[in-house]
Design a protein around this ligand. Structure first.
Ligand SMILES: *Cc1c(COP(=O)(O)O)cnc(C)c1O
Length: 243
């Protein structure tokens, strides 16, 4: 595999320009959405979802001022985090998580967005204590009835939040969701905002609301998202697109 240092200079420059343009567009959308919602730009953190893209893109993003990176597959994420160990980054694990991957994910992730069952809380906590790490955890909420996409049922969210608040080695950050397919995202994000408020009432420091991706980040910011997870709009389409 080519390393960034070996990459032809003009390739790097071209890719940097591409990413800079994507970042400028995304920044503009976040700023506009904040303005419309009467919120400060500083209330929203941009997480660049770098899945399928190389570590060299992570470096370019960091050069352009992005500090938060998101990944959804352990194997890929572990390799990329190792390649970028010299960079001051916050790694967010946003994918569905099997308990047998927890040991690895805990070794590099700073925040896990996809905590949706008690067994996962136990596994993350146990591993974090063993590795002497402190992992931020978000309760992932299912905003529809599709179990394939992960997430706890809304009724189970308070209980999971309580478990995370008490477990050693982890801290409760707040909630996360993916907008349901084939449904308007606004009402779904409004439900998430209400759940987030209920969690915050019991756990005032759990202020994170992770919602919004390339297509619906404005809607998410309008409904109180504090973190948006953006891949395509920053880095391009992940799969070849045939017209
Ligand atoms: C891939 C992914 C994203 C980013 O999606 P884009 O549409 O490419 O912006 C956000 N959140 C999760 C959980 C993802 O898996």
């Amino acid at each position: 595999m080519r390393q960034v240092g070996e990459m032809a200079g003009s390739d790097t420059t071209r890719r940097r320009d591409e990413i800079a343009a994507g970042l400028a567009r995304v920044e503009r959308r976040i700023t506009d959405a904040c303005e419309r919602a009467g919120r400060e730009r500083g209330e929203v953190t941009l997480i660049a979802v770098t899945k399928t893209y190389p570590a060299s893109d992570v470096r370019l993003l960091r050069d352009l001022g992005v500090r938060d990176m998101g990944e959804n597959r352990d194997q890929e994420a572990a390799a990329k985090a190792a390649e970028c160990q010299d960079l001051p980054l916050t790694w967010h694990f946003v994918g569905q998580l099997q308990t047998n991957k927890v040991r690895s994910v805990v070794s590099y992730a700073d925040v896990i967005h996809s905590v949706d069952r008690p067994r996962l809380v136990e596994a993350i906590s146990r591993e974090a204590v063993k590795q002497e790490r402190r992992i931020g955890c978000l309760v992932q909420v299912a905003l529809d009835d599709d179990p394939a996409r992960g997430g706890a049922r809304p009724a189970d969210v308070p209980g999971l939040a309580d478990l995370l608040e008490q477990a050693p080695g982890v801290w409760l950050g707040g909630v996360m969701a993916v907008a349901p397919l084939g449904e308007e995202s606004g009402p779904a994000f409004a439900r998430l905002r209400d759940l987030a408020a209920a969690v915050r009432e019991r756990h005032p420091r759990a202020t994170t609301v992770s919602a919004g991706m390339s297509d619906d980040l404005g809607e998410a910011v309008a409904h109180g998202a504090t973190h948006v997870r953006v891949g395509t709009a920053l880095l391009g389409r992940r799969k070849p697109f045939v017209r």
